[in-house]
Ligand binder design. Structure first.
Ligand SMILES: Cc1cc2nc3c(=O)[nH]c(=O)nc-3n(C[C@H](O)[C@H](O)[C@H](O)COP(=O)(O)OP(=O)(O)OC[C@H]3O[C@@H](n4cnc5c(N)ncnc54)[C@H](O)[C@@H]3O)c2cc1C
Length: 200
């Protein structure tokens, strides 16, 4: 760590310790580039706090690979639960310069590159890699705003289990892969209507 009196100086800052940020960090380390990965929560936070309890990947073990690591293929039809994904990311993060609970609140041009502001202080970096995740904000169709207040609404990042839903039928609006998954989850307990257009 170097400081210029005010800001800590790090060659490259990576924002986010999901698989994208950790994979970038893996290769930066392999090429001997000084860097730090700043994570607002914990390693693999999206898989910890924005997936439902019984979540499993739709992609089977044999398809799940990270730099230097691949899951044991199992029978070929095994779908890892989110705990296994978190464990896999923690394994990848071992030895990488990850700083958990360090949220980046702004990135601005400054110094010889960028000034990265966090609650822990400011970092001056030559380059910044933003790997904060592209699917962390649910896409809610506009018609949802017009539903009666009595209709309880949730989304994939907040939904945890059927136990938290009120009594009655459930309508699942989702894309191709998420729709049957959540339909299975909710359908064990409820009369359920999957709905949605194509898409990933
Ligand atoms: C409901 C759902 C189901 C999915 N199912 C599958 C599946 O079965 N198989 C599959 O391959 N993919 C699946 N995906 C897609 C997969 O989650 C993403 O492709 C993957 O997580 C993207 O990785 P990432 O590293 O880009 O982002 P993320 O995993 O979201 O990681 C981003 C990280 O950045 C951190 N971060 C964000 N902002 C800041 C900030 N300002 N400061 C510091 N840290 C920050 C976050 O806390 C997080 O840890 C699913 C996605 C969703 C939403």
């Amino acid at each position: 760590m170097r400081t210029n009196g005010m800001a800590e100086q790090i060659d490259v800052v990576v924002v986010g310790a999901g698989q994208a940020g950790l994979a970038v960090s893996y290769y930066l380390q392999a090429f001997g580039v000084e860097h730090a990965v700043l994570e607002r929560g914990r390693i693999g936070e999206s898989w910890r706090s924005a997936r439902w309890d019984s979540f499993t990947l739709v992609t089977p073990n044999w398809m799940t690979r990270l730099p230097g690591y691949r899951m044991a293929a199992g029978t070929g039809g095994d779908f890892p639960p989110r705990g296994d994904v978190v464990a896999m990311l923690e394994r990848l993060a071992g030895g990488l310069p990850v700083r958990e609970r360090t949220e980046v609140t702004s990135v601005a041009a400054g110094g010889h590159g960028y000034l990265v502001t966090t609650a822990m202080g400011t970092i001056a970096a030559r380059a910044v890699v933003v790997a904060g995740g592209g699917q962390r904000r649910p896409v809610i169709p506009p018609l949802a705003a017009g539903l009666p207040a009595a209709v309880v609404q949730s989304d994939a990042s907040r939904y945890r289990s059927p136990d938290a839903l009120p009594a009655g039928a459930v309508l699942v609006v989702a894309s191709n892969t998420s729709r049957p998954r959540r339909a299975r989850v909710g359908g064990r307990a409820r009369r359920l209507r999957p709905a949605g257009r194509g898409g990933g």
